[in-house]
Design a protein around this ligand. Structure first.
Ligand code: OGA
Ligand code: MN
Length: 318
């Protein structure tokens, strides 16, 4: 397997005599044939990850925005521990869908427990969105681990928002320059609840926890420095300082543009996939599966920072 072979590095060889050997995985990062994403092959997250290997993954995550770790037979505790290496973890507002014993894990599931109660959020991601964009500090990224997959359907789509901005027609680019938009968890909550009554009625405490946030329409990614569109049909309610009809019209044009097929990768889940996407670079959408088929996944969500506006330079170019 030459593709997985590790090339010896002279520096490592000379240090080896004096320093305890670091377990390096000869893993491969293979870009997907898509506008985003890379597969990580030959890495076992059961084993400790060296700082060097972590740095390689970090670089790949910033470059590709989505990493697909194949065949990860890890426990929830290992999923949480790996997620923590990327930052602080969020506890989702829908506490009833936590994995018992692991509050950092949100169950994305259409299964019911022995008591007949839904185990998880069965309709997570039914509109394009970036996780937790309704918070002042939205999410850096989310890690979703497949537990049970349907034979049919259940794919997840991802759209590259750096490319969406770069490919924005000039008139739209001018229209969004310097604009800010409101994001709200409540924007479509009641509509989703009417269709999926297993979504709990939110308590006043939960509603207070998800106050809307205002973010730049075009932000500069905190780590890779690239501009990206940051509005979504799920959570973005309005563009600040525009009349309602103009705001709606501009948002609809942005939603159409930002999810065009040429920006999209379709993830077809394989057993034990763990995927880690960058919520600052991508939006995602669950395509859904027939109700009678079982689909069960675990999600952790890494906290990010307050988005910073991307400013055009004097030339009017991004
Ligand atoms: C999520 C989500 C999509 C899916 O877990 O954040 O949007 O396909 N899931 O389950
Ligand atoms: Mn999501």
């Amino acid at each position: 397997m030459t593709a997985l072979a590790h090339r010896p590095r002279p520096a490592a060889a000379t240090r080896a005599a004096t320093i305890a050997p670091v377990v390096t995985h000869g893993f491969e990062i293979r870009p997907l044939d898509a506008p985003l994403g890379a597969e990580v092959l030959g890495l076992d997250l059961n084993r400790p990850l060296s700082d060097g290997d972590f740095a390689r993954l970090h670089r790949a995550h910033l470059d590709h925005h989505l990493l697909v770790f194949r065949d990860q037979r890890i426990t929830p505790a290992q999923h949480v521990a790996f997620s923590r290496r990327w930052g602080e973890l969020e506890i989702h507002v829908l506490r009833n869908f936590q994995l018992p014993g692991h509050p950092e894990i949100l169950q994305v599931s259409n299964l019911r427990g022995v008591d007949g109660e839904p185990l998880g959020l069965g309709d997570a991601g039914r509109y394009w969105h970036s996780d937790l964009s309704y918070k002042d500090a939205p999410s850096l990224g989310s890690l979703l681990h497949a537990q049970e997959l349907p034979d049919e359907g259940g794919d997840t789509l991802f759209a590259n928002q750096h490319l969406a901005y770069e490919q924005l027609p000039l008139a739209l680019r001018r229209a969004v320059a310097g604009r800010r938009a409101e994001h709200s968890y409540l924007a479509r909550y009641e509509e989703l609840r009417a269709r999926n009554p297993w979504r709990p009625k939110l308590t006043p405490e939960q509603i207070a926890e998800v106050k809307p946030a205002i973010h730049p329409v075009v932000h500069r990614h905190a780590e890779n420095g690239r501009a990206a569109l940051f509005v979504s049909e799920h959570f973005t309610t309005r563009i600040v300082d525009l009349p309602e009809d103009e705001s709606r019209d501009l948002l609809n044009q942005l939603f159409d543009h930002s999810t065009r097929p040429r920006l999209v990768y379709r993830h077809r889940w394989q057993p034990h996939d763990l995927i880690f996407w960058d919520n600052r670079s991508l939006m995602h959408l669950a395509t859904g599966c027939p109700d009678h088929l079982r689909r069960h996944l675990y999600r952790t969500t890494v906290r990010g920072s307050v988005p910073v506006a991307h400013h055009l330079d004097g030339s009017g170019h991004p």
